[in-house]
Design a protein around this ligand. Structure first.
Ligand code: GAL
Length: 656
């Protein structure tokens, strides 16, 4: 995306700070205190009305905007602007009672009942009618209000309803397939329906991949994933069209979820639909928790085309939806926020302003906790507001590109994790994250890049488990190497085309010549089995039976079925190269392998050697963010800034 229509360019740069604000959950007396505390914290923007449909339209066509008018006026009078939701995220009970046919249906044919949220079919014409009427009412009422600085379409589209197997979905899927394939013959070819007597004579015979007797057709599954992402994107467009028509000057966004294992929505593809990218991120437990935050923020920035973006939600402390929900440790609130800023966020917002007393999220932290403002958490919130004010001049400054990139591709993600593969243990995002951690361990910056992005300007491109490589992508990777670039790829990459058909003549069909090797059979490993390499590392999950055609062997297998065969290879192509890693080494094993490949490519860390691995470096223009990756104080004297030490979980911001 280029030229985001960013919030407020009034000559006073600022990083926005705020939260979802749900005043409808509280009596009026609370609102004045909310706004007072918002000002104390330095809040500049709140998202309103996200789950307010039932409070705004209490019965069909009967609108009560009084409370929302009052809330917006109060915020406006206090200099706080509003990212106004279209309120369509969760349909009210009167609507699902009148039209139960808008409720989604799961893969087994079960209805997803009301009682939670987001109980609507993305393709329901009835839902769309009601929702768009509401959007029109809200846009007409508030489209010119000076407090409204952005439109927030629905909320986390697809969070709970991305896959709907209803009859509405079936009808819309057929329309989508007709437009993709034109003829049913072309679909039969793409889906390989000669297999298992699946040949279709008419589009009307086609269904979503509902619960079947055994493995459903893989291309049908894949197309259903593509269709489901497109169906919600189409819904986003429908809301946006109304907002544009009525209030063309207010930019439109919807909060993405570039986080964890959320994979249903192809955000690289959705980004063109919004005026600025916004993202929600919640840290997951585990050793790579902070690396995953950085990875997601980094990818969000590149989904936004390198432009600054808006962190719409994260948490001040505990969430409520993990099996065990830990409070954040001292320093983590600021560190997490500033890591997003380091990767290009121009706004830091939370779910939610005031922690709820009732409802499913009452134990989810907020900016204003149950304990009140006399609390460590609120003091941390106020401190972070001050820190963001100090960084105001950063607004609009893009992240500084790295020399290396890790490719990330939704189609490969979808395809590689389908059933009936050599192993069911492979996790696409984990593979990419492991390479990212290896870069962090080496202190080398890397951009996480949607695979459709240009590789221009990068010296190194890592493509972990890039399973689906259509010919155009193969050509781009080959051209990258031919022009002196260094490609690193791994097992199970380059195996299938866009229809999930295997490239013949030996694996990996699409990349075989580029890599200078040929694989006759895959060698997945059983749980607990390992394969030792002659460089001292140990592989798990996967091995390949590699024959070299034109490549140097950097490491070989010492044990297991492939003993004596190549494990890591590299083919030199002019001043470029194409390397292949055939087993899972995990972040610790990848670190030395990547270090070797980077030094052959002439890419070095920008950090002093004493700091590599201990801190993350991220750069925006003349500002360097130094993020402590450890639980210890780190001596950063070598960086030459005013700060000599970086506390555990601390972030130093060094400005030239
Ligand atoms: C998001 C959602 C918020 C809130 C939050 C809790 O998925 O947009 O409304 O539920 O998670 O972490």
């Amino acid at each position: 995306m280029s030229n985001p229509r960013w919030l407020r360019r009034d000559g006073n740069p600022r990083l926005e700070y705020g939260a979802d604000y749900n005043p409808e959950q509280w009596p009026r007396e609370t609102w004045a205190e909310d706004v007072r505390a918002m000002r104390e914290a330095g809040v500049t923007v709140v998202s309103l009305a996200i789950f307010s449909w039932a409070k705004i339209e209490k019965a069909e066509g009967q609108y009560d905007f009084g409370w929302l008018d009052e809330a917006i006026e109060l915020l406006h009078a206090n200099g706080i602007s509003v990212d106004l939701a279209t309120a369509t995220a969760s349909p009210p009970p009167w609507l699902t009672t009148k039209h139960p046919e808008i409720l989604p249906v799961d893969v087994h044919g079960n209805t997803i009942w009301p009682g939670g949220r987001q109980q609507w079919r993305p393709t329901s014409p009835i839902f769309r009618d009601y929702a768009l009427k509401l959007v029109r009412e809200i846009a007409t009422r508030y489209g010119n209000h000076p407090a409204v600085v952005a439109w927030h379409v629905s909320n986390e589209l697809g969070c709970h309803n991305i896959y709907d197997f209803s009859d509405d979905a079936a009808a819309a899927f057929r329309v989508w397939l007709r437009s993709r394939y034109g003829t049913v013959d072309a679909l039969n070819e793409a889906w390989g329906t000669a297999f298992w007597s699946q040949w279709y004579s008419d589009f009307d015979e086609i269904l979503p991949p509902r619960q079947a007797a055994t493995h459903p057709n893989p291309t049908q599954q894949l197309d259903f994933k593509r269709f489901s992402s497109d169906a919600l994107k189409d819904y986003l467009r429908a809301e946006k069209a109304i907002l544009r028509e009525i209030s063309p000057d207010v930019p439109v966004t919807t909060n993405f979820m570039v986080m964890g294992e959320t994979k249903g929505m192809d955000y690289a593809d959705w980004a063109a639909e919004v005026d600025f990218v916004s993202n929600d991120h919640y840290r997951l437990p585990g050793a790579q928790s902070l690396d995953e935050l950085s990875f997601s923020a980094n990818l969000t920035g590149n989904i936004a085309g390198g432009d600054p973006w808006f962190l719409m939600e994260h948490s001040t402390s505990a969430v409520n939806w993990q099996p065990i929900n830990l409070a954040k440790k001292p320093g983590e609130l600021a560190r997490d926020s500033l890591t997003h800023v380091a990767h290009g966020a121009d706004a830091v917002c939370f779910f939610q302003w005031r922690q709820s007393r009732a409802g499913a999220e009452k134990y989810h932290s907020g900016m204003y906790p149950h304990a009140g403002t006399d609390s460590t958490l609120f003091r941390d919130v106020v401190d972070l507001g001050a820190r963001l004010r100090d960084l105001a001049s950063l607004q609009g400054t893009p992240r500084t590109r790295a020399r290396a990139a890790i490719l990330f591709d939704w189609n490969s993600w979808w395809a590689v994790e389908q059933d009936s593969h050599p192993t069911s243990r492979l996790r696409y995002k984990q593979e990419a994250l492991d390479w990212y951690t290896a870069f962090l361990n080496l202190g080398v910056r890397a951009d996480v890049l949607p695979a459709g992005s240009s590789f221009d300007g990068y010296d190194v491109v890592v493509a972990p488990v890039l399973h689906m490589v259509p010919s155009a992508l193969a050509a781009r990777l080959t051209a990258f190497v031919d022009n002196g670039g260094h490609l690193i790829t791994t097992y199970f990459s380059g195996i299938v085309d866009e229809n999930d058909h295997v490239g013949l003549g030996g694996y990996p069909g699409a990349l075989r010549d580029l890599l200078g090797l040929r694989i006759e059979e895959f060698g997945p490993l059983l749980d607990g089995d390992t394969a030792d390499l002659d460089n001292g590392l140990t592989g798990t999950l996967w091995t390949d039976r590699i024959d070299i055609t034109d490549a140097e062997v950097l490491a070989s297998y010492k044990t297991g079925d492939q003993a004596g065969r190549p494990a890591i290879t590299r083919r030199t192509v002019g001043s470029g190269s194409a390397a292949y890693v055939s087993t899972r080494l995990g972040p610790d094993g990848l670190t030395p392998v990547l270090g070797d490949l980077l030094s052959r490519a002439g890419v070095e860390s920008e950090l002093p050697s004493s700091l590599r691995g201990l801190v993350e470096l991220a750069v925006r223009g003349d500002t360097r963010f130094i993020i402590n990756r450890t639980e210890e104080t780190v001596d950063i004297t070598a960086l030459g800034g005013a700060d000599r030490t970086l506390t555990a979980r601390g972030v130093a911001v060094l400005r030239a």
